[in-house]
Structures are given as structure tokens and as C-alpha cells.
Design a protein around this ligand. Structure first.
Ligand code: ADP
Length: 517
């Protein structure tokens, strides 16, 4: 095992990796930007190195500085977390070329799965079913039209370099095609510096079900089962669970074998995720492989009892996986809610400020993977995810009840959060029945949020003040009712935090920065 590992990330995932290091007796080194000098991950690590100013392009994305820091402090390996440098082939290569270990897949595997079109080609060659569509970038609108006619509308335009739901457009009819292709290209160019866009058939009403794989350097590649990630807004996950109500043991075996085949075809090592769409007839289609640890990895950890981050380190250090595929099966049920600094009742507007008070849920079956503490400044430089609240229970019904209970215990004061929104989802009949698919949340949103579009900041402050006057921290949240007891975070928000200087402009800015993993 390594003696010292540098954690090239921030927030909750940096803390998660630091904890794994400590449990394995490995010294950890944090990196941080000027904005994060007082962040919890900096304090919790054994050492910390400043890698630059607040903007991530000048700090967390500076692979050269990160590698230089690792060498300076004598770390043997670098864990990239998710986002930032985690899926950059050049970074994995740089780490290796500098004689360090990248805790993740080899750069060749990142490259093989790096573009969606390359991944589709690889999957097809390996006999892995993919969503019908093209495997190379579109030349022009005429070609797009011809292909769309062939597959039939609706179709989905997708950025080959895509991620975080960017550069994606649903085209429902021919006359929209040319302008939506332009829009997808522009967005892809802005987000990834690459305007290559291809077409997939748009599958109506599927679930997003992904398979966690874990492979060592000695030829073992295992499936750790599925995660259901259908609760999405704008193609971004908000709630994840394991297992999935839609996956029988037989389908789990089929999907697991398919994921392992795709991973092997890419020469994959370490933890990775194959994403699939599972349609209403039970057919599944490979979407892409995420060549890193996922945000939602804890739900798999809780139902399999396998510590994915520790195994990432152990595999990178050359250890062999001691499990057999037959031994791995889900036990009980786990659910994760992403607690973000956004206001669901105002179009998920980003909220900034200082965490004035924080009460973290605890008790049986509750896990909090957080990156904030009282005094933390929540700004616009980084992803709005503050923490993940994860629960485990013997079955889904009890997991939902437990999540509801844990959310009621949670208080975050100082910024708006998604806490009340998650409470309403836990109370929703359709969610409780597991009747979810990827378009479910957008369709259900009107009953899950209270829409009070702000005409100006003053109005928002007034509404906030009025709601604060009626706060009731213990009550259940009534979806769709006007007498909702609490504002944002259990009614404990300071009203001035609801009115950042220009919230819409800030939202646009965050959107522009916006890596969401
Ligand atoms: P990204 O890498 O940008 O996250 P993905 O390919 O993983 O893009 O897709 C993100 C989400 O978009 C999926 O979880 C699913 O909800 C939706 N999606 C992707 N492809 C399709 C498709 N062909 N039909 C319907 N929905 C899709």
C-alpha cells in the first residue's frame, strides 16, 4: 500500500477519499484553491498544498501543479475524485509519466471511453447493445435529417465529448432539427472545445440504470450490481438508489455481464460505471462508461458492503480482488439525496452565502458525506453539491421512510438547499411506488416545487420573511399546498440569503461553470 496519497479534489469527495486513506493507514495530502484555504478537506488531510486562485481552471484543473505538488510532498499516488481532472486522459498519462500512480483506469481506457462515439463503436464491437443511432459525428443538417428519418422522431442530438447533460437536444420534428443542431454544436463547443454531435434514437420513458464495475490489475473484473438514477432534472441525477425496483436477479446478471464485457473491451482497471437505459419492455442499451468514481457510489457500498474508495486505492497499489462474482449481491436498500445549494422553488436558482448553522442527521442507517460545516462559504466557483445524504434500510419502503426522517433532521441555515424538495419526493406516491423513469421528475415538478418566480429581489425577501414568520420545523411538507410550513431549509434561512445581488445572472454564471457529475 502507498504511504502517501494526494487527493486532487475538494468538497465532499475529497473528504471521502481522505477518510479511506486514514482507514488504510495512508497519509493524505489535500490540494486547495485560495477560496478553499479554510475548507474542511484542507484541515482533515495530513498535509495541504495551495494550487492557485479560486477559478478551477487556475487551480483544481491545473494538472501540472497538482503533479508538481505530489512530487514535492513525496506522495506516490493521486486520487482524482470525480469531475475536475478525473476523466482527462492527458492527466492520467502525465501522472504515469512522472512516475506516480493514477488511482483510476489507465489513460488508454479513459481514451477508449472518452468520447461517446468512440465508446459506442467499442461497445458494438464487443457485442454490447447500444441505443440505435450513429457512431460518428454528423457532417451537416442534411445528414442529420436523413438519419432522423431513418430512426424516426423523436431523436436526441448528443455531443460526442458530452458530459453533465451538456450539448444534448431532443428533436421532436424535422423543422426543429437544423436550429437544434446548431444549438447543440454551440453548447458542445463552449463546454468541451469540440462541436462534434451525433444522433441517437430518443427512448421514451426509460429508466437510467447503471452498473458499477470493479477490476484489478490481475484480470478480475466484477459487477457490483445496479444503481437506479432515473430521478433527474435536465439530464442530471438528483436521487439515486440501489438496487432498482425494475431489475430482477436475472436482468442484474445480464446487465452485469454486459458491463463487464464493455469494461474488458476498453482494457479497464479500477472502479468504473457503465450507464444503460432500460426501456419499458425490459431491453437495456449501453449509454456510456464513466471512467471514474461516481457521485452516487455510496448506495452501492451500502448494499454490497464493499468500500469502493478503499478498493480503488488497493487495486492501484496492486492488490487482488478477493471476491467472487457469486458472492456479490444487494442486501437491503440504499437511497442517496444530493443536497445542493439551489432553490427548487425558484427554478433551482443557485444560492450563495455562509453556512450559519448546520445540523446533520444521524441515527440508524444514516450516512452523511458532506463537504460543508458551519462557517463554510458557499460561492459560485464550484459545483453546488454541498453534501450527500444516504440511508440504508432492509427494504425500499423503510429506506424511503428513513430518508424522510433523516431529511427532517437536517437543517442548513445560510443558503437555500434542495432539502425540502427531497422531502416532497419522499412523500410522493409515484416515487414511493417506484414508478419513476427519466422524464418522471420534470413531469412531476409542478407538484414538487412551489413556484414563486421572483420579479425582483425585494419580492423574494418579502416572501421569505412572510414564510419565516410561519415556520414550523417539525411539520411534514405538504406537496403542492400553499401553506408549506418551511422555507428552503426547515424555515431557518436568513432572509437576506434569498436575495443575492443578481440571482439570475449568478445562475447563468454557475450554468457556465457548471460541471455536474
Ligand atoms: P451525459 O454524459 O451528458 O450525462 P448521458 O449519455 O449519460 O450524457 O445521458 C444523460 C441522460 O440523458 C441519461 O441519464 C438519460 O436520462 C438521458 N438520455 C441519454 N440518452 C438518451 C436517449 N437516447 N433517449 C432518452 N434519454 C436519453
Amino acid at each position: 500500500m502507498f504511504s502517501k496519497v494526494l487527493v486532487a479534489n475538494r468538497g465532499e469527495i475529497a473528504l471521502r477519499v481522505i477518510r479511506a486513506c486514514r482507514e488504510l493507514g495512508v497519509r493524505s495530502v489535500a490540494v486547495y484553491s485560495d477560496a478553499d484555504a479554510a475548507a474542511p478537506h484542507v484541515r482533515e488531510a495530513d498535509e495541504a498544498v495551495n494550487v492557485g486562485p479560486a477559478p478551477s481552471a487556475e487551480s483544481y484543473l491545473r494538472g501540472d501543479r497538482v503533479v508538481e505538488a505530489a512530487k514535492r510532498v513525496g506522495a506516490e499516488a493521486i486520487h482524482p475524485g470525480y469531475g475536475f481532472l478525473s476523466e482527462r486522459e492527458w492527466f492520467a498519462r502525465l501522472v504515469r509519466d512522472e512516475g506516480l500512480v493514477f488511482i483510476g483506469p489507465p489513460p488508454e481506457a479513459i481514451a477508449a471511453m472518452g468520447s461517446k462515439t468512440a465508446a459506442r463503436q467499442l461497445a458494438i464491437a464487443a457485442g454490447v447493445p447500444v441505443v440505435p443511432g450513429t457512431t460518428s459525428a454528423l457532417r451537416d443538417a442534411a445528414e442529420a435529417e436523413r438519419i432522423a428519418q431513418e430512426f424516426g422522431y423523436p431523436v436526441l442530438l448528443k455531443a460526442a465529448a458530452g458530459g453533465g447533460g451538456k450539448g444534448m437536444r431532443v428533436v421532436r420534428e424535422s423543422r426543429e432539427l437544423a436550429s437544434l443542431l446548431d444549438a447543440a454544436r454551440r453548447e458542445a463547443k463552449n463546454a468541451f472545445g469540440d462541436d462534434a454531435v451525433y444522433v441517437e434514437k430518443y427512448i421514451v420513458g426509460p429508466r437510467h440504470v447503471e452498473i458499477q464495475v470493479l477490476g484489478d490489475q490481475h484480470g478480475t473484473m466484477l459487477s457490483l450490481g445496479e444503481r437506479e438514477c432515473s430521478v433527474q432534472r435536465r439530464h442530471q441525477k438528483m436521487i439515486e438508489e440501489a438496487p432498482s425496483v425494475a431489475v430482477s436477479p436475472e436482468r442484474r446478471r445480464q446487465m452485469g455481464e454486459t458491463a463487464v464485457r464493455a469494461a474488458r473491451a476498453a482494457g479497464y482497471v479500477n472502479a468504473g460505471t457503465c450507464e444503460f437505459l432500460l426501456d419499458q419492455d425490459g431491453r437495456f442499451y449501453f449509454l456510456e462508461m464513466n471512467t471514474r468514481l461516481q457521485v452516487e457510489h455510496p448506495v452501492t457500498e451500502l448494499v454490497t458492503g464493499i468500500d469502493l474508495v478503499q478498493w480503488q486505492l488497493r487495486i492501484a497499489a496492486g492488490e487482488q480482488l478477493p471476491f467472487a462474482q457469486e458472492e456479490i449481491g444487494p442486501r437491503g436498500w440504499a437511497i442517496e439525496c444530493r443536497i445542493t445549494s439551489e432553490d427548487p422553488d425558484n427554478g433551482f436558482l443557485p444560492s450563495t452565502g455562509r453556512i450559519e448553522y448546520l445540523h446533520v442527521p444521524s441515527g440508524p442507517g444514516v450516512r452523511w458525506d458532506g463537504g460543508i460545516e458551519i462557517g463554510s462559504e458557499v460561492g459560485l466557483h464550484y459545483d453546488p453539491m454541498l453534501a450527500k445524504l444516504i440511508v440504508w434500510a432492509p427494504d425500499r419502503e423503510r429506506a424511503v421512510e428513513r430518508m424522510h426522517r433523516a431529511l427532517l433532521e437536517l437543517t442548513v441555515q445560510g443558503v437555500e438547499t434542495s432539502r425540502d424538495f427531497h422531502l416532497r419526493v419522499m412523500e410522493d406516491d409515484e416515487f414511493r411506488r417506484g414508478a419513476i423513469e427519466i422524464q418522471w421528475l420534470e413531469r412531476r415538478l409542478p407538484t414538487l416545487v412551489k413556484t414563486t418566480p421572483p420579479e425582483n429581489g425585494v419580492l423574494v425577501a418579502a416572501v421569505a420573511a412572510a414564510l419565516l414568520a410561519h415556520r414550523d420545523r417539525s411539520g411534514r411538507v405538504s406537496p403542492g399546498k400553499n401553506d408549506r410550513p418551511a422555507l428552503g431549509n426547515g424555515g431557518t434561512n436568513a432572509s437576506e440569503d434569498v436575495t443575492p445581488a443578481d440571482p439570475w445572472k449568478q445562475a447563468a454564471r454557475r450554468e457556465a461553470i457548471g460541471d455536474r457529475w
